[in-house]
Design a protein around this ligand. Sequence first.
Ligand code: CA
Length: 228
Amino acid sequence: MSRILIVEDEQDLASLLEYNLKQEGFEIEVARTGAAGVSRARAFKPDLILLDLMLPDIGGTEVARLVREGDGKRIPIIMVTARGEESDRVRGLEQGADDYVVKPFSVKELLLRIRNVLRRDGSEAKPQAHGTLAAPDIVLDVERHEVKVKGKPVVLTALEFRLLKTFLERPGRVQTREMLLSDVWGIDAEITTRTVDTHIKRLREKLGPAGDVIETIRGVGYKLAPTE
Ligand code: CA
């Protein structure tokens, strides 16, 4: 049974989500503040966090950062935002949220996204994907969920890891933003192609000079430079 931590200060919404997700067989805990969310993430060890962006104490992006800093860097996060929080939303994704929903959303839509994120996360951990993928100076260990650049570990968010893995699996092939959105994010409804650029930029920065292996194909998308 998957465990979901709901971090939401709106009591009605929190109760509604708790009720519906329990009906679907999830084990649920609710935190009403950002601080409580961070401590519950550590104690409850959820498989997924549903994180409201606007909280009374510390904001959702900060909560995400704190959770990622601890031993929760692999816990997928779905950010819950209100309309008009576009820039916050992008910041949220940069902080490592895996997906987001915009209020008001239907429980059905949310469930779809939760299943999607959990499936993506689970498929990575399966031994069928075992082995390593590599590019010059970069080694990605699929099973251990580790990336090393010139032998040094680089900490990537779950999403950045999937993004890099997708490139490494398809060397020399151009990936359009739309392809990346559908293959890496899984859902393209509310996310724009601009999001892809933001994440590629961040991934390249983390990889340092080795990140140059991801080439920009102007007006089309990206590709991993083929070796030799
Ligand atoms: Ca709120």
